[in-house]
Design a binder for this molecule. Structure first.
Ligand SMILES: Nc1ncnc2c1ncn2[C@@H]1O[C@H](COP(=O)(O)OP(=O)(O)OP(=O)(O)O)[C@@H](O)[C@H]1O
Ligand SMILES: [Mg+2]
Length: 216
């Protein structure tokens, strides 16, 4: 790939301006935001969509494609929830293609309720006529299995490299969602960091690498 750009601690204004540059009248464009767990993908994607407004940008997270806890128990992956194999990657790819092809129609996509640890079907609306969809998730740029085709569905891809605060913030978030501190730390170091190592090589497939935390 040619011309990867690195932006160091960019402002929200600069990033929103760049996202707006993707908008082409009468067409659907998809901006992908990838990066390791806790790098700030959801926060940045929400901030970009809020800055551009609901008539211009809609947010589509990847975490609505988690397999159910029951299915994870059945396939022996309950203790690896969050790994690439614990998502319905084919369903996610099909949804992204559908969203891309549906500029003139409303599309409903699932979300994920972190409190209930469950998918919520049809919880997010991508209204007809919205020109930019911001897709965010860990595995958008993974060059493995069914994930590998996502790169070509994206009009532009950003990768959040994050800063040294990523791991402590991730532990704090697990605690905020109800895990005791010890198990939260164990989960992050065992599971989230294994996922982070899988994700790291996908940085090379991004158009833009964001170094440090964006200034939102
Ligand atoms: N630009 C930022 N500046 C400072 N803190 C941030 C920023 N972005 C995110 N954070 C904090 O970092 C933590 C992780 O952010 P967020 O949930 O957006 O990450 P994520 O990449 O979506 O994580 P996951 O992969 O687990 O979904 C949160 O506590 C959030 O408040
Ligand atoms: Mg997130």
């Amino acid at each position: 790939m040619t011309g990867q750009e690195t932006l160091t601690e960019p402002t929200l204004t600069a990033l929103a301006h760049r996202a707006l540059g993707l908008v082409t009248s009468g067409q659907r464009r998809i901006l992908g935001i990838a990066g390791p767990p806790g790098s700030g993908k959801s926060t940045l994607a929400e901030a970009i969509c809020a800055a551009l407004g609901p008539a211009t940008a809609a947010l589509v997270p990847m975490d609505g494609f988690h397999l159910s806890n029951g299915e994870l128990v059945r396939i022996g992956l309950r203790d690896r929830k969050g790994a690439p194999e614990t998502f319905d990657a084919d369903g996610y790819v099909a949804m992204l293609r559908h969203v891309r092809a549906s500029f003139n129609e409303r599309v409903l996509v699932p979300s994920f309720d972190r409190d209930a640890e469950a998918v919520v079907p049809g919880a997010i609306e991508v209204p007809a006529g919205v020109p930019l969809v911001v897709a965010e998730g860990n595995y958008l740029l993974l060059d493995e299995g069914p994930w590998a085709v996502i790169r070509e569905i994206l009009d532009e891809a950003w990768y959040l490299r994050a800063d040294a605060g990523r791991v402590p913030r991730l532990i704090a978030r697990h605690v905020a969602f109800g895990k005791p501190p010890g198990p939260a730390r164990d989960w992050v170091l065992r599971s989230d960091e294994a996922n982070a190592a899988r994700i790291a090589p996908s940085e090379a497939r991004a158009d833009v690498v964001i170094e440090g935390m964006p200034r939102l």
